[in-house]
Design a protein around this ligand. Structure first.
Ligand code: ADP
Ligand code: NG1
Ligand code: MG
Length: 461
C-alpha cells in the first residue's frame, strides 16, 4: 500500500507496539477471526485557552494528547459494519451501511452512535457511483471520557478516517476536520470545530492556534520549561446527555441577534457573535462595550427576546434554537457574550506571550490568562462544577495558573507548571485534593504531564 506521510499514512513498523495494541489485536482476532488490514490512531486534546468560543467563530489554542482512540480494521464481505470494543462494558454492534439511522433520544447516546456519526459524514460525501463496502472494527480508547479531553471527537474522527480508507477515498486532513465537525453534530451537540481540527491537523511538539470560517491553523511553540499538567476532578458530563451545552450555544446566538437588531443589522443573517462583529466592523473592545450597553444582566425570558426581535416564538425556534433548547424559558445573554469576547481577547494575548516567551514574565502572563479564563467560565459562563473549582483553586495556588479545559460541567483541569515544579505540584494535588475525596494511592490516568502530540494517522501494512 502507498505510504503518504503528509496525508496521515504511516507504515505499521512505526506504530508503538504496546500491551494495548496487543489487546486490540486479540479482541479483533476473537471477534472477527482474522487479522486487521490497517490501524487508525486519533488523539484526544487539551485546550490551553479559548473555551466555548469556537462555535462563536473565535480562535482557540489546543494541543493533541498522547491519549488516543485506536482502531484495528479489516474490510468485510458485504455491506455490514461490525464494531467491537476492548472495553467489555461496551456492547458489540452491527448494522447495514446502506440503511442505518443515528436516532438520538433524551439519554446519553450509545458509544457506537458516535462511530456512526463519522461513518455517516463520510458516506455522504462519497461519489454516487462508489460501491459501499462493509468493514470490521475493534476499538481501544484511553482518553478519559466526558472529561473535556475530547474522547467523543477522537471516536467520530477515527470512524470517518477508517471509512474513507476502506473506500479508497482521497480526502485531505483539513476536509476531514471540517466534515467531522459537521457530522459530530448528528449526536445532538452544536459544537464548533476545535476538537476535530486539532485531532487531524496537530503537529508533534506544537500547540495550534486554530481559526474558523475558513479553517486555518498555525503552529504555536510553547515556552521551554513550561509543562501543562492535566488533573481529573472525578466529575463528568456526557455533553449529549443534557441541554447544557446547546443552551450556551443558543444563548450566544441570541445575544448576537439581539445586539444586531439593536444596531440595525438584519438579525436573521447573524448566527454567531463573530458574524455580529464582522457586521459591525468593530474591535473586540467595542464588542465588549456594546454587550455592557445593550444587554441587561438579569436573564431574558423567551417572550422578551421574541418581542425585542419583533418575531414569533415559532420563528425563533426555527432560526435560533435547537430541538433540545426550545423548551428553555430563561437565557443569560449579557454574561455569555461577555465571556466570549473577553476569552477571544485572552487567546490573542496568550498567543502573543507564546511568541515572546523569552521576554520577562511571559510564563506568568500565560498562567494569569489561564486563571482569568477559569473565573470567567465559572462565573459568567457557569459551566464549571464545585469539585472542579476546588481542584482549579488548589492548582492555582501551586502553579502559574490553571483552568478547566473542554466544555466543563465536570472533567479536567489544566495547570501551567514549571518543569522543576511538576512533581511538587502533583504531590500537592495528592494531599490537598485526591486524598480528600478518598483516593490515596494510584493517580495513574488521573494526573499527567502532557507533551504536544501528532494528529491522526493511518498505519498501513
Ligand atoms: P468528551 O469530553 O470526552 O468528548 P463527550 O461527553 O463529548 O465527552 O463524549 C463521551 C462519549 O464518547 C462517551 O460517553 C462514549 O459514548 C464515547 N466514547 C469516548 N471514548 C470511547 C471509547 N474508548 N469507547 C467507546 N466509546 C467512547
Ligand atoms: P468537549 O468537552 O471535548 O466535548 C466541546 C466541543 C468543542 C468546544 C468545547 C468548549 C464538540 C464536539 N466539542 O468539547 O467544540 O466548544 O466543548 O470549548 O462539540
Ligand atoms: Mg466531546
Amino acid at each position: 500500500m502507498e505510504i503518504q506521510a503528509d496525508n496521515g499514512f504511516v507504515p505499521i513498523s512505526r506504530m508503538n507496539h504496546t500491551n494495548r495494541s496487543k489487546q486490540l489485536l486479540e479482541r479483533f482476532a476473537a471477534k472477527f477471526q482474522q487479522e486487521p488490514a490497517f490501524y487508525v490512531r486519533v488523539p484526544g486534546r487539551v485546550n490551553l485557552i479559548g473555551e466555548h468560543i469556537d462555535y462563536c467563530g473565535y480562535s482557540v489554542c489546543p494541543m493533541a494528547l498522547e491519549q488516543d482512540i485506536m482502531l484495528s480494521v479489516s474490510i468485510g464481505d458485504g455491506e455490514t459494519l461490525r464494531l467491537t470494543n476492548v472495553d467489555p462494558s461496551y456492547e458489540d454492534y452491527e448494522c447495514d451501511l446502506r440503511k442505518f439511522e443515528i436516532s438520538i433520544g433524551d439519554e446519553a447516546p450509545k458509544w457506537y452512535q458516535y462511530f456512526l456519526c463519522g461513518v455517516r459524514g463520510l458516506l455522504d460525501v462519497l461519489p454516487k457511483e462508489t460501491s459501499i463496502k462493509g468493514f470490521n472494527v475493534a476499538v481501544s480508547g484511553i482518553i478519559p471520557q466526558s472529561a473535556g479531553l475530547s474522547s467523543s471527537s477522537a471516536l467520530v474522527s477515527a470512524a470517518a478516517l477508517s471509512t474513507s480508507h476502506v473506500h479508497n477515498f482521497n480526502i485531505s486532513k483539513k476536509e476531514l476536520a471540517n466534515l467531522c465537525a459537521r457530522c459530530e453534530r448528528y449526536i445532538g451537540t452544536q459544537g464548533g470545530g476545535m476538537d476535530q481540527a486539532i485531532a487531524f491537523l496537530a503537529n508533534e511538539g506544537c500547540a495550534k492556534l486554530i481559526d474558523f470560517t475558513p479553517l486555518r491553523c498555525k503552529d504555536v511553540s510553547l515556552p521551554p520549561g513550561a509543562v501543562f499538567v492535566i488533573a481529573h476532578s472525578l466529575t463528568r458530563l456526557n455533553k449529549a446527555a443534557t441541554a447544557d451545552f446547546n443552551c450556551r450555544v443558543v444563548e450566544c446566538r441570541l445575544a448576537a441577534q439581539l445586539i444586531a437588531k439593536h444596531q440595525g443589522i438584519d438579525w436573521f443573517t447573524v448566527k454567531t457573535l463573530s458574524d455580529l462583529q464582522s457586521g459591525l466592523k468593530g474591535s473586540l473592545h467595542t464588542m465588549i462595550a456594546l454587550v455592557k450597553k445593550i444587554l441587561h444582566e438579569s436573564p431574558y425570558t423567551k417572550e422578551e427576546i421574541v418581542d425585542e426581535l419583533k418575531t414569533t416564538s415559532a420563528v425563533l425556534d426555527q432560526t435560533s434554537l435547537t430541538p433540545n433548547t426550545k423548551h428553555i424559558e430563561s437565557f443569560k445573554l449579557h454574561q455569555r457574550a461577555l465571556h466570549v469576547f473577553e476569552e477571544a481577547l485572552r487567546v490573542q494575548k496568550f498567543h502573543e506571550a507564546c511568541n515572546n516567551f523569552s521576554s520577562e514574565g511571559a510564563l506568568e502572563t500565560l498562567g494569569k490568562l489561564m486563571s482569568e479564563s477559569h473565573s470567567s467560565l465559572r462565573d459568567l459562563y457557569e459551566c464549571s462544577h464545585p469539585q472542579l473549582d476546588t481542584l482549579v483553586e488548589i492548582s492555582q495556588n501551586f502553579s502559574l495558573g490553571a483552568r478547566l479545559t473542554g466544555a466543563g460541567w465536570g472533567g479536567c483541569a489544566v495547570a501551567l507548571v514549571t518543569a522543576e515544579n511538576v512533581s511538587n505540584y502533583i504531590d500537592v494535588l495528592k494531599t490537598k485534593f485526591y486524598s480528600q475525596i478518598g483516593i490515596d494511592n494510584n493517580l495513574d490516568g488521573l494526573v499527567f504531564a502532557t507533551k504536544p502530540n501528532a494528529g491522526a494517522h493511518i498505519y498501513v501494512i
